[in-house]
Design a binder for this molecule. Structure first.
Ligand SMILES: Cc1cc2nc3c(=O)[nH]c(=O)nc-3n(C[C@H](O)[C@H](O)[C@H](O)COP(=O)(O)OP(=O)(O)OC[C@H]3O[C@@H](n4cnc5c(N)ncnc54)[C@H](O)[C@@H]3O)c2cc1C
Length: 660
């Protein structure tokens, strides 16, 4: 299977089939094969020993405990390790001891579960007082989640009604402004998670736009006066929005920004120079009184200071907004197109914690790092990504819970006179095992990331610690891409496997599932994040010494894999390293070919090669992201059944397993 995969990948790269050995010797240069130096007798003996070894490995594989889900040959490690939850319970014990002054890791703030309970109670109180339609479900009460009570909102209700509900959440104190900074972020994440588990998709998007993108950006990059103004607006229940995406730039908005804010003695003149610079997909864009708009700042000397944030009163003359048009679902969320016709904004609207303009219109940075970078200006996109992966996983857990309950009730005939539950059919049991493992790993990883984010990112960004912030940015990207993809694939797989229940209105399927696609496209499209992950990984192997180390570890792991002693973790790393080596080789050769004796500049040739690499970039990003997640889980909890299952899923080339 490995060889077939390798061959397929090479066909994709350069239309010629090259074996792994060919690849590795090509990477090492023209080293003489050690086998050629041996006398013929030794050679025969080695060949014989190798054949016996290979036969033994095949035998071992056949008798080992293989995947019960399909015939892909993945070893099932379910009996060998403790589960993640049991390890967590032990750690919880030591953390409790630590909070009492005993040994172990210190506990930061309350637990994630405590925060969730607090927000469930707040939501129920506000929704009941405001007369939201709601129900009590038996299935919800016996598991995790909404504990019986849950709102039943129509995701296509008029956006004005939904905006009104959200304003109630603001004025009734569902979440406070100081709960979106530092350690308080845990509360913000929990507040959002509770809306996801309560199936309040539109309100969830409103919450993250309001508190994280809008208010979070003002709190992180605004002056004390701007922060005070934000507090007053919050008390009034006034909504805010975040205006970054432009029609032309789409998913690369930020890298490309056409909206301009030109300094004039009277204030900044905000303008959309053409149809491509119109802001689109702006959530809460019709309801919002305030907005953080991202525009390129042109100072008095005409110098472009790059994309900066401005706190805009959306009712200012020259701001035009219209509905984007009907969506397939979630029409209760107002997504707007917004454009600016020479809108005058006071100088005080520039979010000025990291940089400001002087009275003469020149720009000056505050601190040591020059004009604030886009990473600083739009830093809340990072917490937004964590929030989205959390929402996707939480939403998926509600689908899994409902499907499992249904499969446990549904009796199917296995012969004319014998019945069993759908849940206990071996392929279904294996599916649920895999889905629970994926869910558990993602959930634990996201919670760890939320804790890290609260303490590490602000400091890393502020002190310009590129290495540390880059590492965290990659972990966040890995989490968003993989959690959302896992949820989308898993929902699809469950729907395929539960029969006609999947078509019923009271099943957890249908247009509600589209929240997962909102998760995929918003705040960093998966493909763009995957490109970032792969590019960073390739860059980290740009020197000869790094490349040599990569080749050496690939060779070593390849041998371990061939003789059958490699764990799922090792095999996952081997797969990633093989894909990485192939990509590096392809990019190198393709760049040379594209330059074709100077017909194309090196820069263009590199870009062309990158585009030509196609799926190779995304295949590598996928395994790399899974390896990053897995490594953190193992570092924190040790090897568990769930972590090993997660690694086997990552290794599997089997179509069904890939679908979880
Ligand atoms: C529910 C929702 C709420 C949103 N809320 C906001 C908001 O409040 N504020 C805001 O500013 N934005 C918001 N957005 C916008 C969002 O963040 C994205 O920027 C937007 O969805 C981009 O969509 P597009 O169709 O224009 O992408 P396009 O750029 O048209 O991309 C289309 C496809 O092409 C692919 N693609 C494009 N370029 C490349 C490339 N270089 N390499 C590989 N693949 C590429 C993409 O992966 C994608 O699959 C929201 C989006 C959604 C769905």
């Amino acid at each position: 299977m490995d060889a077939a995969l390798a061959a397929a990948n090479f066909v994709r790269f350069d239309n010629s089939v090259v074996t792994d050995a060919g690849l590795i010797s090509a990477s090492l240069g023209t080293a003489t094969s050690p086998a050629l130096l041996l006398p013929p007798g030794w050679l025969l003996l080695c060949a014989f020993a190798f054949a016996v070894g290979a036969a033994f490995c095949v035998l071992l594989r056949l008798v080992s405990n293989t995947c019960g889900f399909c015939s892909c040959g993945q070893t099932d490690y379910s009996l060998d390790f403790p589960t993640l939850s049991s390890v967590e319970l032990l750690e919880q014990g030591s953390m409790d001891e630590a909070s009492k002054g005993g040994p172990g890791r210190a506990k930061r703030g309350g637990s994630h579960q405590e925060s969730e309970c607090k927000f469930r109670a707040r939501l129920e109180k506000i929704a009941t007082a405001d007369g939201w339609p709601c129900g009590r479900s038996a299935s919800a009460s016996d598991g995790e989640g909404t504990q019986g009570w849950h709102p039943q909102l129509d995701e296509d209700e008029p956006w004005q009604v939904s905006a009104q509900r959200f304003s109630k959440l603001l004025t009734s104190g569902y979440l406070a402004l100081d709960e979106v900074l530092g350690n308080g972020m845990r509360d913000f994440f929990a507040a959002h998670r509770v809306l996801a588990e309560s199936l309040c998709g539109s309100l969830g998007i409103r919450l993250t736009v309001q508190f994280n993108l809008f208010a979070g950006t003002v709190l992180a990059t605004g002056s004390p006066e701007q922060i005070a103004a934000l507090g007053a607006a919050h008390e009034q229940g006034e909504a805010g929005c975040f205006l970054l995406t432009e029609r032309g730039a789409g998913v690369v908005s930020g890298l490309v920004v056409e909206t301009i804010a030109t300094w004039t003695p009277e204030g900044f003149k905000l303008h959309s120079p053409g149809p491509d610079s119109e802001k689109v997909w702006i959530s809460q864009g019709l309801a919002a009184r305030w907005g953080v708009v991202i525009a390129r700042l042109i100072d008095a000397s005409g110098k472009d200071q790059g994309p900066q944030g401005f706190l805009l009163d959306m009712t200012t003359c020259g701001v035009s907004r219209k509905d984007m048009g009907a969506k397939t679902s979630f029409n209760s969320l107002d997504n707007a197109c917004v454009s600016f016709d020479n809108v005058m904004m006071p100088h005080s609207t520039l979010l000025s914690r990291y940089g400001d303009t002087r009275p003469d219109g020149t720009f000056h940075a505050k601190g040591n790092h020059g004009a604030p970078t886009f990473q600083i200006v739009a830093q809340r996109l990072l917490s937004g990504r964590i929030c989205i992966s959390d929402a996707a996983i939480t939403y998926f857990s509600t689908v899994l819970r409902d499907c499992e309950a249904y499969a446990g009730r549904r009796l199917v005939y296995v012969s004319q006179d014998q019945q069993t539950t759908l849940r206990s059919l071996p392929y279904m049991a294996a599916t649920f095992d895999r889905l629970h493992a994926g869910l558990t790993v993602h959930r634990h990883f996201i919670q760890w990331l939320q804790d890290e984010f609260a303490v590490r990112l602000d400091t890393a960004l502020e002190h310009g610690n590129d290495k540390e912030s880059r590492e965290l940015i990659n972990l966040i990207a890995a989490s968003k891409v993989e959690a959302v993809e896992f949820a989308i694939n898993a929902v699809h797989l469950l729907r395929r496997n539960v029969g006609s229940y999947g078509l019923m209105q009271d099943s957890p399927f249908g247009s509600r599932n589209e929240i997962l696609f909102c998760c995929r496209f918003a705040e960093g499209d998966s493909r763009v994040l995957q490109q970032m992950l792969t590019r960073d990984l390739v860059k980290r192997h740009s020197s000869y010494s790094q490349l040599a180390a990569l080749v050496a570890s690939t060779l070593r792991d390849n041998i371990a894999c061939t003789v059958g002693i490699a764990s799922p973790t090792k095999r996952m790393l081997l797969l990633r390293n093989k894909l990485l080596l192939r990509l590096i080789r392809f990019l190198h050769l393709q760049t040379r070919q594209n330059m074709n004796g100077g017909k194309m500049s090196k820069r263009d040739a590199r870009l062309r090669a990158w585009l030509d690499a196609g799926d190779a970039i995304y295949d590598l990003a996928k395994v790399h992201a899974q390896a990053l997640i897995h490594a953190q889980i193992v570092k924190r909890y040790g090897t568990t059944t769930d972590s090993e299952r997660f690694a086997s899923i990552a290794n599997s080339a089997c179509e069904v397993c890939q679908q979880y």
